[in-house]
Ligand binder design. Structure first.
Ligand code: FES
Length: 124
């Protein structure tokens, strides 16, 4: 039912953990209204680029796999490039998700976008 890539990211999540908060770190948290699962992302920004990113997800396997995948997709990217990544692009990068699990892909890019907004807010 899941692609090999989803299973790999679920079983060996990349960039799991958190980053200690300081002015160069943005934090974003989103909840899935469908199931109540929660995803939290920390980004460390240097020279307008995401230098480091970590996540903690309290959720299903698909939510963990999409979290892990999005961290790999945005690491090293500029804030603008990371903002342009969509939830659908994350699901696609994982080889798709089963139709009943598509709602699980509604968190990953949103959590990154919120972390970027939080970082930008801190710079004001
Ligand atoms: Fe909640 Fe997958 S069941 S995100």
């Amino acid at each position: 039912m899941y692609s090999d890539l989803v299973m790999d990211h679920f079983q060996n999540p990349r960039n799991l953990g958190e980053i200690p908060e300081d002015p160069s770190v943005g934090v974003g948290q989103v909840g899935n209204p469908v199931c109540g699962d929660i995803m939290k992302m920390w980004i460390k920004v240097q020279d307008n680029r995401i230098e480091d990113i970590k996540f903690k997800t309290l959720g299903c396997g698909a939510a963990i796999a999409t979290s892990s995948m999005v961290t790999e997709m945005v690491k090293g990217k500029t804030l603008e490039e990371a903002m342009a990544i969509t939830n659908a692009a994350v699901a696609e990068a994982l080889g798709g998700l089963p139709p009943v699990k598509m709602h699980c892909s509604n968190l990953a890019a949103d959590a990154v976008h919120k972390a970027i907004e939080n970082y930008q807010e801190k710079q004001k």
